[in-house]
Design a protein around this ligand. Structure first.
Ligand SMILES: [Zn+2]
Length: 308
């Protein structure tokens, strides 16, 4: 049989195998268990290059995971995550990302690949194509579109729904929202804040088309003062939402803000919902090839140690 060559192709291929297996055994296929899948599949299909190690090991804090050839030089491979990571969702996504590197890139990177925290969030090829490819693979493997659509169908878009997706697929809330942003026709934005500043942000295609997005910038931008995310005094680990009048967030429109104050690193995760019938690029902004928030520069400028 001809094997896939694209990230999506690989994800769909493996996803089908997982589905068949689980249906045959009457098991629920979610969340996808990457470790046994990686070892079993590679053993059967690539016996000369099988994955024989899947585990958490001590890595430098800037790295989330790694694809590594066996030091014994016997053709075996390992996929590992940083054992400092506590979140099961991040561990699962990291392993799927490394499996993506194994399937797609091991021939071009025989010495292995180390993946930064930031690489896990690069879904649009900012750090180099291979990181975005590994993330595309991981997102389609863990959150297959058929199931994702059935989970969303008829539901109101809410942080509860994103939490449900995060639980079902064992991915972080951020990964669940990014995935949803990639398929929705709603006008929406994800904003990740850290220490009161915008770390990075992503608009859905529909919102981007109406010219509402954060551009890459060279200086640090605070979260809007009147927003929940930028507000003071809300406890870490809590959730809040509100409907803002125009002028708080970008775009001259009312915005529904939903913000989680993550326990990790003072991070805020904000989902913004804009009205469906938005203005059609009312500012006349040229949004050919809009760049997202330049997280890496922000990151460097912000002199922050990790990017959880
Ligand atoms: Zn990577």
């Amino acid at each position: 049989m001809k094997l896939p060559s694209s990230p999506k192709g690989w994800a769909i291929h493996l996803s089908k195998l997982v589905k068949l297996f689980h249906e045959a055994h009457g098991l629920d296929r979610f969340p996808i268990k990457v470790a046994p899948l990686a070892m079993e599949y590679s053993r059967q299909v690539f016996p000369d290059a099988s994955i024989t190690l899947v585990e958490g090991i001590a890595l430098s804090s800037q790295f989330d995971g790694m694809l590594m050839p066996s030091p014994r030089g016997e053709g075996e491979w390992g996929i590992v995550y940083n054992n400092a990571i506590q979140s099961p969702g991040r561990i699962n996504f990291t392993l799927a990302h490394e499996l993506g590197h194994y399937l797609l890139h091991r021939h071009v990177s025989p010495a292995g690949i180390q993946c930064s925290n930031r690489a896990m969030l690069d879904w649009r090829s900012e750090l180099g194509a291979i990181e975005a490819e590994a993330n595309t693979f991981a997102s389609f493997l863990l959150m297959p579109l058929d199931d994702l659509r059935s989970q969303i169908q008829g539901e109101d878009i809410s942080m509860d729904l994103m939490r449900h997706l995060s639980d079902r697929y064992e991915v972080s809330i951020t990964a669940a929202i990014l995935k949803w942003l990639g398929i929705t026709d709603r006008r929406a934005m994800l904003v990740i804040g850290k220490n009161g500043f915008i770390d990075w942000a992503r608009s859905s295609d529909a919102l981007m088309k109406s010219g509402v997005f954060y551009r890459a910038r060279q200086k640090i931008t605070p979260l809007p003062e009147l927003s929940l995310a930028g507000g003071k005094g809300l406890a870490i680990g809590t959730y809040a939402e509100t409907k803002h009048s125009r002028g708080v967030w970008p775009g001259d429109e009312d915005v529904h803000e939903m913000t989680i104050f993550s326990p990790a690193n003072e991070m805020t995760i904000t989902l913004l919902l804009y009205p469906n019938d938005g203005p059609d690029n009312r500012w006349g902004v040229d949004f050919d090839e809009p760049r997202e928030w330049d997280t890496y520069d922000q990151f460097e400028a912000g002199n922050q140690g990790t990017s959880r």
